[in-house]
Design a binder for this molecule. Structure first.
Ligand code: SAM
Length: 289
């Protein structure tokens, strides 16, 4: 791939998925796109970029975008965001929404489903407290390939050994040949849809809890700001947004604030008067005014 071809690829990916591919990641592009060439019978990476330029084959374009996404995920990833859900966010939402008995959760970059299914297991464990409630988990991802795998809920031995307590493997999964499939009742709890975070998601409606973890890290600052501002618009007034450990809202949007106690948890920014006294910044008096 020439310098110019790599430059074309970077712009293409930035526009299609938001991926900010740095110059040092050229090796990554080459290793991930070589199998795409093989799949479509294309002789070289240069020819692959050439076919992107012609913009005549949507299947090749989608395959390039999907090949460049990083789909790493596992059950109860980082643990704390899920403990927080079970111990704080869920009880608070149940109290707050007791009148309408409706709870909406969105996993905005759900990959192969381990994140939404982790939440579904926690909800099943909450049992009778949710009787009579309408609970929705919407799980979206840019990649149709990961969405298809998530819908099937079929995981390898390696995948079910990552983060999933063994008693929940026995309780919620059935062995199917070499793989494990999550229970139909849990699969039915998650509504999977293909969705690009660069596009409008206003039609999804508002959510009590949004997990948007480990995807903003791949975007540049203006893209992060744009996505965060639009995520804020989908959060109910007391709603909670969870980001990945390496992600933040600081310096990117004034619509969301970090929670003072829980790392990775964000909520709507409040006007100064609504914040507890210790969070109100002191008045700055300009000399001579
Ligand atoms: C590293 S995974 C994170 C999965 C999960 N949230 C977690 O933290 O374990 C990132 C996911 O973001 C998806 N993704 C990348 N760009 C996206 C975009 N523009 N819109 C929606 N999803 C995107 C990728 O397909 C991938 O599945």
């Amino acid at each position: 791939m020439t310098e110019l071809e790599f430059e074309y690829l970077r712009n293409f990916l930035k526009q299609r998925s938001g991926l900010a591919l740095t110059a040092e990641k050229r090796y990554l592009a080459e290793s991930r796109l070589t199998p795409v060439c093989r799949r479509f019978g294309i002789a070289s990476l240069g020819d692959l970029i050439g076919s992107l330029k012609l913009a005549q084959n949507g299947a090749i374009e989608r395959a390039v975008v999907e090949a460049m996404t990083t789909n790493e995920t596992f059950f109860f990833r980082d643990r704390i965001p899920f403990d927080l859900f079970r111990d704080t966010l869920l009880p608070e939402a149940l109290a707050r929404n007791a009148g309408r008995r409706r709870l909406r959760i969105w996993c905005a970059a759900a990959s192969t489903g381990q994140e939404p299914y982790s939440l579904a297991m926690l909800l099943q464990e909450a049992g009778p407290r949710l009787a009579g409630w309408q609970v929705e988990i919407v799980a979206t991802d840019l990649s149709t390939e990961v969405i298809e795998k998530a819908k099937l809920g079929l995981y390898s031995h390696f995948e079910v050994q990552r983060g999933l307590p063994v008693q929940w493997l026995i309780k919620y999964f059935t062995q199917v040949g070499e793989q494990w499939q999550i229970a139909p009742s849990l699969r039915a709890m998650v509504d999977y849809r293909q969705l690009n975070l660069l596009h409008s998601f206003a039609s999804l409606g508002q959510f009590d809890v949004i997990y948007c973890r480990n995807v903003l890290i791949y975007f540049d600052a203006p893209t992060k700001s744009d996505v965060l501002a639009r995520l804020a618009a989908q959060l109910t007034p007391e709603g909670a947004l969870l980001l990945g450990a390496a992600e933040t809202v600081i310096g990117l949007t004034d619509r969301l604030n970090p929670h003072p106690k829980h790392r990775g948890l964000y909520g709507h920014a409040r006007p100064a008067a609504a914040r507890p006294a210790e969070m109100v910044p002191p008045l700055r008096v300009a000399a001579g005014v």
